[in-house]
Design a binder for this molecule. Structure first.
Ligand code: CA
Length: 490
């Protein structure tokens, strides 16, 4: 399929109405028509906060909204039946479905256990503060509402490396259990970043790994998913996902797609993880996201010629999933690094209309962030259409100026009337002469976002002089494409 594109079909502040699966099903055809090929659905298993849990506070991996646990049957997004039905409908409409896999931690245990533990300095987990003592930890998971259906595995403290709460003293902190070590195969931040939140799952425990591999096969069998989005890789030993992914691919399909969340803006760290996991997956291009965020906050002082320098899409194109924002970066969230609104159209042009990278569009950018009164990104739907219809062929880059940068696509024979020119600036209005190909000579390219602008007629030499308004982006395409892209003023 040409110019594939992912939709992240949720944001953090969706209402807890248990209706997302139904909405996804109802939108299946629409999403296809908008230009999406792949849909990423949020975690579907019961979280500690029940219907109010966005899914990342995992309680029971086998409860996809089927059992009366944590205050009710459905998850925040609906019931198991609705989930499975939505996946089928989405696939029938031609979308591949990626499911969200959250294995680093558990929350909302059913019982406490007495465990010997030491307290670590939260800012340096290599450093103990205070001696060993007995704590009362929420580590026993018996899932009384499920009664052993699908798996009779009971989680106890031996399945975890540490936890953030001593019930006995009602004291928070980072507690490391007796005889357990934080994994060495994780990020080095905070001394050792194995521990993120909740009860940290011990992936060095054979029986835990076996159970999670078994669950993975069950989950693929149950859902028929086409691939994965893997959560919190920075905090999980890389060798775990080697085993887990290999087992899943053996079970389902050698080419099962996987994209991982390794939250680092340092491209070397992202490349290091790809090396460590044997490039078994793609990673979100967090480095590029941080560039977008920085550029959006720099008030016209960013240096746009370096927008793609030291990003994953530049350094390892084939393993980069590009994105602008997500449920973690949105306002109020843990990794808040929201790309300011004025810059979003520029950022989306940069991920949707270039040759490299697999772009992932955020729900809140497509539909608006209702909780914060943020409207949809203007022009995003047209850019999605332009990606599908026009952004093909040879690419010519013009990252040659501090503020005004752009690129062109020459178009190709497989896509009639394709080709485009993109120009953007983080500061003042500007213009640039760019080459779109001699085969485009005489064509009157127009900006799909501005009706008042005159067309740019491509010269015999294949060049056109395109312009862009201050702090904006222009996307020029051939006249034949205006209507198809949703430009109905012709
Ligand atoms: Ca961990």
């Amino acid at each position: 399929m040409d110019n594939q594109c992912i939709i992240q079909f949720f944001e953090w502040n969706l209402p807890p109405d248990a209706l997302l699966w139904q909405r996804a099903e109802a939108q299946a055809r629409n999403l296809r028509n908008l230009g999406f090929d792949i849909i990423w659905l949020p975690p579907a298993y019961k979280g500690a906060r029940g219907v109010r849990d966005a899914g990342y506070g995992v309680y029971d991996l086998y409860d996809l909204g089927e059992f009366d646990q944590k205050g009710g049957v459905p998850t925040k997004y609906g019931t198991r039946e609705e989930y499975l039905k939505a996946i089928k409908s989405l696939q029938k409409a031609g979308l591949s479905v990626l499911v969200d896999i959250v294995l680093n931690h558990r929350m909302g245990a059913d019982e406490t256990e007495k465990v010997q533990a030491v307290k670590d300095n939260p800012e340096n987990r290599e450093q103990e503060v205070g001696g060993e003592r007995q704590i009362e930890a929420w580590t026993k998971y018996t899932f009384p509402g499920r009664k052993g259906k699908y798996s009779d595995f009971v989680w106890d403290w031996t399945c975890f490396t540490g936890i953030d709460w001593d019930e006995k003293k009602e004291e928070g902190g980072v507690f490391q259990f007796e005889g357990k070590d934080w994994s060495e195969e994780v990020a080095e931040e905070k001394g050792n970043f194995d521990y993120l939140m909740g009860a940290d799952v011990d992936m060095n425990n054979e029986k835990v790994v076996k159970e999670l591999v078994r669950w993975g096969k069950w989950y693929l069998d149950t859902t028929g998913a086409d691939g994965f989005r893997l959560d919190a890789l920075k905090h999980i030993e890389y060798s775990f996902y080697e085993k887990w992914l290999d087992a899943a691919r053996k079970k389902a399909d050698e080419d099962l797609f996987a994209m991982g969340e390794y939250w680092s803006g340092d491209v070397e760290e992202l490349l290091g993880y790809l090396d460590n996991c044997g490039r078994r997956m793609s990673l979100f291009d967090v480095a590029l996201h941080m560039h977008f965020r920085d550029a959006s906050q720099s008030g016209g002082g960013y240096g746009m010629q370096g927008l793609f320098a030291d990003t994953l899409v530049e350094r390892d194109t084939l393993h980069a999933v590009t994105f602008v924002d997500n449920h973690d970066t949105q306002p109020g969230q843990a990794l808040e690094s929201w790309v300011e609104e004025w810059f979003k159209p520029l950022a989306y042009a940069a991920i949707l209309l270039r040759r490299d990278g697999l772009p992932c569009v955020f729900y809140a950018d497509l539909y608006g962030l209702r909780s914060d009164g943020v409207p949809p990104v203007p022009g995003l739907r047209r850019m999605l259409a332009a990606r599908k219809l026009c952004a093909y062929g040879e690419q010519h880059d013009y990252f040659d100026h501090e503020h005004v940068v752009g690129w062109t696509r020459e178009g190709d024979k497989d896509h009639e009337h394709s080709g485009c020119a993109v120009l953007m600036t983080d500061k003042d209005a500007g213009e640039k002469t760019m080459y779109v190909g001699k085969q485009q000579a005489g064509q009157a390219f127009r900006d799909i976002t501005r009706r008042e602008w005159d067309p740019v007629v491509i010269g015999e030499d294949g060049n056109g002089t395109f312009k862009v308004p201050g702090g904006g982006v222009s996307v020029y395409v051939r006249p034949e494409m205006y209507r198809e892209i949703g430009v109905n003023w012709e």
